[in-house]
Structures are given as structure tokens and as C-alpha cells.
Design a protein around this ligand. Structure first.
Ligand code: SAM
Length: 352
């Protein structure tokens, strides 16, 4: 079988992803205005973070997702550790304002997407997870021992893994361009999915070997990709749970591509500690992901992607500052984010 090419995109597809995620803007804005009455609550005066949490009855992760998006929309701003309405929100989103459009926004209050978002915000549970109102069909993209995951069923694992490949095929050649791995022997790709990022790096660096760790049903797809892209002799497939599997020791790089954004902070720190323990003396951890601003007030496309991650997984988008804090807890320190494509970038970390 002839080897498949892995070409660079000639036209940047980023805007398509931004349009695709636009629905989360409607959902979060309508949830805030019509369900949580956030703008009316803030009309009475600025609130501290803990006051927002108790007045909205939201856990930390959903509140971060909601407030980050509203700050990115320039409807809420932070001043002296309190959150307040911007002039735009005060004039147009407070229900008693003469020029309020709150009822207009309320037209979407009962739409299925908005109701689903409100449910996710209130329960802090990903779609498919078991809750009082949900039978639990299984979560997409994440596997946690003891819970139902779509990644454990052959058809859904294949469908979800191949869906991600579309984005990954565009980004992987750019990641290979920006990472100098000429002196490296081994790359461990945790939650590697199709393995396309490893494949791009293997094709660029002939001395490199890669190990993709993922769930068994997903690895069936990675196996096909390794054959298709002509790197099967240098790509090892390791089936396991990244939170508990014995990881190979002394690897030069651990790649966490679009992994940490699937998990909450304690799980991210755990994965970073496990990654750090797998490194050789000069080894590095590569966080390939999207990055919110350190202020957590944008950019809007990442804030809306964060909402998508929040609804599907146990994670959200993080800022580089948040990653630096997690890396610090794992004994690692990072340089600057190196941009790749479709809002992604790579943060390279080594032992502190
Ligand atoms: C969002 S995808 C990222 C795939 C790929 N790295 C990329 O950048 O496109 C998350 C991957 O992590 C895998 N995964 C989730 N939980 C896992 C676990 N506990 N152990 C091993 N793999 C897991 C999923 O099967 C999936 O392939």
C-alpha cells in the first residue's frame, strides 16, 4: 500500500472552528441572562468570586467557564478582585434598564442547547456521565476507571477518534515544524488517539521512536494510521489507563496533546507528575493545547472552545499561567508558548 501523504494546509482552517463553536456563545449568554439572572444580580453592585459562586450556586469549574466567556464578550470585568458589569451589559442586559435586550436574549431560553448548557453548568458533570437525570451513555474522549466511556466501545471510539483526526492532520505537520527533536530517541504520546502527532514527528525525525498510550479500542485506529503513514516499525502501541499504567522510563519527550484540557486541575497535576517521572534526565514534557489569557478574559474563540470541553469532559481550557502552576506542582518549569495552528500552541517544560 502506498504511504499516505501528510501535507501542510495551504489555507488556514481556524475560522471554520470559530464558526463551529459559535453556539456556545449563545448558550452561555442566554444561560447567564435568562437562567442565572447574572446581569440583574450584578446590577446591585460588584461581587467577589466566592459571592458569585454562592449566588449562582455553581461549582468552581462551571463558574470559571461562564465568567471567562462573559469577560471575553466584554460584558463583565474584574476590578480590585471583584466582578462588575461593563457599561455595555449595564445598559443592555439588566432587565430594568430602559434599553434592555434581556427579553430578546430570553427568546432562546428554552432552546435545547441552552437547556443542556444550564444542566451541565448546574451539575458540573460532562455529557454522558451518570447523574440523577441522565442514564449515562458514556463520556466522549475521557476514560475514568469505573465510569462509562464511549472510548471503550469499538464504534464510538472509532467515530470520536477519527473525528479528531481532521483537526490533528492540519496541526500535526506544524507541530513537527516547531519542535526540534533531532537529538531525541523516544517520544511517549499519552492519549495519542490516532497517533497522528507522533506520526508527523516520526516522519520528520528518522531516528525517533514513539509510543502511543491510549485505550484498546482507540489503538485499533492508531494501528491503521501507523500502517497507512508508513511508520509502524517505529511506533509502539501501549494499551492502558494513563492514570495507572506503568509508563516507560527514561523517555526524551512526553507529549500531552489535547489531553490536559479534558481533566480538572488535580488530574492534570497527576498526569504531569507521571509524565515527569517518565522523563530521561534531559527530557521534556510537551503540553500541546489551546491557551486562555493569563487574566482568564479571552480570547473569545478559546473561551467558547473551553465551554465545549467543559460540556464533554471533566476539563476546560487553561491559561499558560495555570499550566505553569500545575507544572510547578509536578517539579517542572516551562518556557513560552510556541504557536502551532487552529488556536493551538506548545508549552515545553523541563525539570525545575
Ligand atoms: C481529546 S483526545 C486527544 C487525542 C490526540 N492526542 C489529539 O491531540 O488529537 C483524548 C485522548 O485521550 C484518551 N484517553 C482518555 N482517557 C484516557 C485514559 N484514562 N487512559 C488512556 N487514554 C485516555 C482518549 O481515548 C483520546 O484518544
Amino acid at each position: 500500500m502506498p504511504e499516505s501523504p501528510l501535507p501542510h494546509a495551504t489555507i488556514d482552517p481556524t475560522s471554520i472552528f470559530e464558526h463551529f463553536r459559535g453556539n456556545h456563545g449563545t448558550e452561555l449568554l442566554t444561560a447567564a441572562a435568562a437562567h442565572f439572572r447574572l446581569f440583574d444580580k450584578l446590577a446591585a453592585g460588584p461581587l467577589a468570586w466566592h459571592e458569585l459562586r454562592s449566588q449562582l450556586a455553581l461549582a468552581e469549574r462551571p463558574l470559571v467557564v461562564l465568567i471567562t466567556a462573559l469577560r471575553a464578550m466584554r460584558l463583565i470585568e474584574r476590578a480590585s478582585d471583584k466582578y462588575r458589569l461593563t457599561p455595555l451589559a449595564r445598559e443592555h442586559l439588566v432587565s430594568t434598564s430602559p434599553l434592555s435586550v434581556a427579553d430578546y436574549i430570553g427568546l432562546a431560553a428554552e432552546s435545547p442547547g441552552v437547556l443542556a448548557m444550564v444542566e451541565r453548568l448546574r451539575t458540573d458533570l460532562p455529557a454522558g456521565a451518570k447523574s440523577d437525570t441522565d442514564e449515562g451513555a458514556g463520556t466522549a474522549f475521557i476514560y475514568r476507571e469505573g465510569t462509562d466511556s464511549a472510548m471503550e466501545q469499538e464504534a464510538s471510539a472509532r467515530h470520536l477518534t477519527l473525528a479528531l483526526a481532521g483537526r490533528a492532520k492540519n496541526v500535526a505537520p506544524v507541530l513537527a515544524d516547531v519542535l526540534p527533536l533531532a537529538g531525541d530517541e523516544t517520544l511517549l504520546d499519552l492519549g495519542g488517539g490516532t497517533g497522528i502527532y507522533s506520526i508527523a514527528l516520526l516522519r520528520k525525525y528518522p531516528q525517533l521512536r514513539a509510543i502511543v498510550l491510549d485505550r484498546p479500542e482507540v489503538l485499533k485506529v492508531s494501528h491503521e494510521f501507523a500502517e497507512q503513514y508508513g511508520v509502524a516499525d517505529r511506533l509502539e502501541l501501549l494499551a492502558g489507563d494513563m492514570f495507572s499504567a506503568a509508563l516507560p522510563a527514561g523517555v526524551d519527550r512526553v507529549l500531552l496533546s489535547n489531553i490536559l484540557h479534558d481533566w480538572d486541575v488535580p488530574e492534570c497535576i497527576e498526569l504531569l507528575k507521571r509524565s515527569a517521572a517518565a522523563l530521561s534526565v534531559r527530557g521534556e514534557v510537551l503540553i500541546h493545547d489551546v491557551f486562555l489569557s493569563d487574566e482568564l478574559d479571552g480570547p473569545l474563540p478559546i473561551a467558547l472552545y473551553s465551554a465545549a470541553l467543559f460540556t464533554l469532559t471533566e476539563g476546560r481550557a487553561y491559561s499558560a499561567a495555570e499550566y505553569r502552576a500545575m507544572l510547578g506542582a509536578a517539579g517542572l518549569t516551562a518556557g513560552q508558548v510556541i504557536p502551532t495552528l487552529i488556536h493551538c500552541g506548545v508549552l515545553v517544560a523541563r525539570r525545575a
